[in-house]
Every structure is written in structure tokens, then in C-alpha cells.
Design a protein around this ligand. Structure first.
Ligand SMILES: Nc1ncnc2c1ncn2[C@@H]1O[C@H](COP(=O)(O)OP(=O)(O)O)[C@@H](O)[C@H]1O
Ligand SMILES: O=C(O)[C@@H](O)C(=O)COP(=O)(O)O
Length: 416
């Protein structure tokens, strides 16, 4: 049978962002494959869309640019002719980047001068109005994102945020043009005025559908995963049935978002759980990891064990003050990654991970090379089958802020 060549290439700046956009493409009828980093093999990809998941969101800007350009070059070699740079629906970045520098570099490499920035994902409460980003109706800068451990977002004005990190001229496509069906013409005018990146207002899914139509001529789209759910696939074809591996279950959490903290609170009433403290890790890393693995090993079954470093903002700040922001984050990521690998060695075959950076660290430690995308548990969070060096495992990578309060308990009932 002939392989289908992918037409759409997606570059995601973190692994949960990758599964998020892959899940939305799947819901729109695309056959999607997600790779972890740029594959080194020469195997042809049999899919309509390929998502290359990088861990570039918090990397130094020059590394994020180089990794994104390598992904773009690889996607072009696979036959992709249209591209999508997926970043966070809450525009997670710092004044140095990496959203702006990567957009600039992708436009330049593609020989293009214009794209949109569409972070909105209304199904998860992310909307954009008058070029300001809202999270469940609250300005980004007043939402839980202001306390994010790595990318605190303290400004909701997206043209200002993007202009600070990009050489591109930033403009805005306001909602009335979208509602009146004049988005394509308004984008054309912005482009004629020398704008390179237009921040697009979006309040509802209908706005996303109109935007997908109005931008059908753009080679590069950028944004959260919301818009991807409205891109038309080349042809609807049934994918292979999704059959998850079976075995003991575990949940690992490094996200400190309000959503994850609430989900952990809910899960702790049903599942055995342990807290991982960065200060303990700094004192005796191996000892703290061994302790929690020994605890989990005695409890492995189809009732998941929960291991979480997640904490309230004041306690996260205290750990960061004592250890430094980067060291606190790295210690926790390294520990959760090591624990994941040990648990899989002990037989765990169904694993939920909360947090984007955390998922990146865990996925790398497990040697995962590709993810087959399965059914969505909540918008933007699918079950996947992770394949790599060892046995396949069922893996759900949850963006910190996604999922309902009962997510960590309900997720198992969605598993085929
Ligand atoms: N108790 C803690 N103190 C300090 N940093 C922490 C703590 N728990 C987790 N972290 C770090 O916070 C970061 C959370 O980021 P991430 O995993 O991307 O979650 P989210 O998806 O919510 O953004 C990670 O680097 C993680 O290691
Ligand atoms: O677009 C989104 O909101 C997510 O896909 C995402 O990238 C969230 O980031 P993390 O919370 O760091 O996973």
C-alpha cells in the first residue's frame, strides 16, 4: 500500500502542546503522527499531518530558533507544503522569546513576510479580544499564569508582548472584521501596511472557523491548537484502531497551575499519593528518588499511584528563593523523569503526566520517539501510545492548565 505524504507540518514548542494540537487535528479528521524531536531515521511518514514536538519553549532563544528551523527543514523533506507553529494558548514566553524569534526565523526560512498569531482556544477558555488574551474571562495578567514558575505572564496586551521579542511589525485583526466576514480583506490590508504578524481576535469556535477560511492562502500559521481543529484535512480516511497497552498505572505531576493543583486535590481522595519536595531533592537527590520509588513499587496496580512536586505559589517561590528558579525546576524535572523510567522498569504501562516541561523531561527519559494519538480525555489532552526504545506504553501528557477537576480520575475510563 502506498504511504500518504503529509501536507501539513506542525512545530510544537513543547510536548503537551504537541499532543494538544495533534488531538485537535485528529478531531478534524486528519491522520496525525507526532514525533519527539526531529527524527533521525529515514522512514517515510504515513500521515496527513506530522507534529514535531520540541522542548524549545524555555530554551535560550538561539537554541529554540535552531531547533525550529531543523524541524522545518525535516518537515519540508517529508513533503509538507504548509506549516503551523504551535505555542501555548496562554502565550507562554519571556521578554527574550521564544514565540517572536521563532516566528521571525520561520517566516524568513520560508521566504514569507506575513502570518497570524492566534493563541485562542475557546473550548479551554482562552479567548482574544481587542488583541488582549483572556483565560476563562480573566485577563491573562490576572489569571493563574501570572505565577507560572518559568514563564510568568504579567501582560495581556499581545502586540506589546510579541513586539518586545520580535523584529516583525505586529498588528491586530479585530473581531468586527471576523464577524462581518471581512477577515481575509482586513488581513490583506494589514499586510499591505507592512504588518508581518497579525494578532487575531477570537471569542468563539465560529470565529476560528472563519479565520481558518480567511487564512487558507497562508503558508505559515501560528498559534495555540484551537485553529487546528478547523483546518480541512486532505481526505477523510479511517486510521488504525487505537489499542492501549495494559498494566499498572501511575500519575506524575510537576505542573503548579491552579487546574493541576485542583485535580491533584481531587485525585488524592481516591489514590495513594506522595509529595516530592525540591528542597529534599537538593539535599539528597538519589535518596529522595529511591524513597518515593520504593513507596510506589509496593503499590503498583490498576489503582494509580500519584507522585507530585506541584505546590502552591508561595511554597514554589520559597523553593525558588532557596535554590534559584532554574535549579528548582530542573531538580523536579530530573527527579520525575528518573522516577518515570524506574516505574516503567517496574512494569507501569499506563501513565499520566501533568505539566508541559515535566512531560518533556519524562518523555525524553522514557526514550519515546513517536506518539500515536488516541481519544481525547478533555479538549487538547488525548491518550497516546508512546513508542521508542522499550515496550509501548499508554501515555497522557496534560498541559498544566487543561482538564476538568476530576481529570486524573476520569482519564482511565476513556482508555480503550
Ligand atoms: N515545588 C516546586 N517548586 C519549584 N518548582 C517546581 C515545583 N514543582 C514543580 N516545579 C517546576 O515548575 C515547572 C512547571 O512547568 P510545567 O511542567 O511546564 O507545568 P505547566 O504545564 O503548568 O506549565 C517545572 O519546571 C517543574 O519542575
Ligand atoms: O496551548 C496550550 O495551552 C497547551 O497546549 C500548552 O502548550 C500548555 O502548556 P503547558 O501548560 O506548559 O503544558
Amino acid at each position: 500500500m502506498l504511504n500518504a505524504m503529509p501536507s501539513l507540518g506542525v512545530i510544537a514548542d513543547d510536548f503537551t502542546g504537541g499532543t494538544d494540537v495533534a488531538s485537535n487535528l485528529r478531531s478534524a479528521g486528519w491522520r496525525v503522527v507526532q514525533t519527539i524531536d526531529v527524527p533521525d531515521g529515514t522512514e517515510a511518514i504515513d500521515a496527513d499531518a506530522v507534529v514535531v514536538a520540541l522542548k524549545s519553549r524555555t530554551a535560550p532563544p538561539q537554541d529554540a530558533v535552531l531547533d525550529s528551523l531543523a524541524a522545518l527543514a525535516w518537515l519540508r523533506r517529508q513533503g509538507c507544503t504548509r506549516f503551523y507553529f504551535k505555542y501555548c494558548s496562554t502565550f507562554d514566553s519571556t521578554p527574550r522569546g521564544n514565540i517572536g524569534p521563532v516566528i521571525d526565523a520561520l517566516l524568513n526560512a520560508l521566504g514569507e513576510t506575513f502570518t497570524i498569531a492566534c493563541p485562542a482556544f475557546p473550548d479551554n477558555g482562552r479567548t482574544v479580544y481587542a488583541a488582549h488574551l483572556f483565560v476563562h474571562g480573566v485577563l491573562l495578567s490576572e489569571s493563574g499564569m501570572r505565577n507560572h514558575p518559568l514563564t510568568p505572564m504579567t501582560d495581556a496586551n499581545l502586540p506589546r508582548v510579541l513586539s518586545a521579542q520580535s523584529a516583525s511589525k505586529v498588528g491586530a485583526l479585530n473581531l468586527p472584521f471576523i464577524l462581518r466576514g471581512e477577515a481575509r480583506e482586513a488581513l490583506r490590508r494589514l499586510r499591505a501596511d507592512g504588518v508581518n504578524v497579525a494578532i487575531t481576535d477570537t471569542v468563539t469556535n465560529d470565529d476560528l472557523a472563519r479565520l481558518a477560511d480567511a487564512t487558507s492562502d497562508l503558508t505559515l500559521l501560528t498559534g495555540g491548537s484551537g485553529l487546528a481543529a478547523y483546518l480541512t484535512p486532505p481526505a477523510e480516511r479511517a486510521g488504525a484502531p487505537f489499542q492501549a497497552p495494559r498494566g499498572p498505572r501511575a500519575i506524575l505531576a510537576g505542573s503548579c497551575s491552579p487546574a493541576t493543583l485542583a485535580q491533584l486535590g481531587h485525585a488524592r481522595t481516591s489514590y495513594p499519593s506522595r509529595h516530592l519536595d525540591p528542597l529534599d531533592l537538593a539535599r539528597d537527590f538519589d535518596g529522595a528518588v529511591n524513597d518515593v520509588v520504593t513507596w510506589a513499587a509496593a503499590r503498583l496496580s490498576d489503582v494509580p499511584v500519584v507522585i507530585a512536586a506541584s505546590d502552591e505559589p508561595a511554597r514554589v517561590k520559597a523553593a525558588q528563593n532557596a535554590l534559584g528558579v532554574e535549579r528548582a525546576g530542573t531538580l523536579v524535572e530530573d527527579a520525575l523523569a528518573r522516577i518515570a523510567a524506574r516505574l516503567v522498569d517496574l512494569g507501569v504501562r499506563q501513565l499520566g503526566v501533568a505539566g508541559g516541561e515535566t512531560s518533556g523531561a519524562v518523555t525524553k527519559a522514557l526514550g519515546v520517539r513517536s506518539l500515536e494519538i488516541g481519544p481525547a480525555i478533555d479538549p487538547g489532552v488525548p491518550w497516546t501510545i508512546a513508542r521508542g526504545s522499550g515496550d509501548p506504553i499508554a501515555l497522557a501528557l496534560k498541559s498544566g492548565n487543561f482538564g476538568g477537576e476530576d481529570f486524573l480520575v476520569r482519564m482511565w475510563s476513556v482508555l480503550p
